[in-house]
Write a protein that binds this ligand. Structure first.
Ligand SMILES: Nc1nc2c([nH]c(=O)n2[C@H]2C[C@H](O)[C@@H](COP(=O)(O)OP(=O)(O)OP(=O)(O)O)O2)c(=O)[nH]1
Length: 149
């Protein structure tokens, strides 16, 4: 049996909005929107990987807050786990893997064509951002709905 490898996605919050990133590659995913992130490397925690990936891909510094409950299969052996994160500094730019970024308020989160595997986590993130309970799989603690920088 192959061990699952984790891809960590970040539900990045800033001033009441969620960051969405449009993939530019590979061809089968290009044009669809995701929670930016990437593969967790050996010896790294998911939070460390998220901080590294968002620095590389978007040029921002974030602080991971908490994991959104659940895990979603990607192409084997990868599974997607999602963490909420607060934007600490930098202005997000599509430096790598993406060709467009958008900051979405919770009401407008459905405006973009999310990858199917991201949709449950995006819905949970939008509920957290709106200050509502995130459902049965929600993390026990509350996530700060709005960042204060
Ligand atoms: N980052 C990210 N990847 C996702 C999401 N949903 C989803 O299906 N994927 C897929 C796309 C890729 O096949 C894989 C992650 O690859 P990646 O290209 O973002 O990761 P990486 O930066 O570590 O990749 P690499 O260039 O080092 O190979 O997971 C998501 O929400 N975030």
């Amino acid at each position: 049996m192959t061990t699952a490898r984790v891809v960590v996605g970040g539900a990045v919050f800033d001033r009441g909005r969620l960051l969405a990133a449009r993939r530019s590659a590979p061809p089968e995913l290009a044009g669809r929107w995701e929670l930016p992130g990437g593969k967790v490397e050996p010896g790294e925690s998911a939070e460390q990987a998220l901080v590294r990936e968002l620095r590389e891909e978007l040029g921002v510094e974030v602080r991971p807050l908490e994991r959104i409950g659940g895990e979603w299969p990607l192409r084997p052996p990868y599974v997607l786990q999602v963490w909420t994160a607060r934007l600490l500094s930098g202005e997000a730019r599509p430096l790598q893997d993406h060709d467009e970024l958008r900051w979405l308020t919770p009401e407008r989160v459905d405006e973009v064509d999310w990858l199917d595997q991201d949709r449950p986590a995006v819905a949970a993130a939008a509920r957290l951002l709106a200050g509502a309970p995130a459902g049965p799989d929600a993390p026990a603690g509350r996530c700060e709905p709005r960042s204060r920088r």
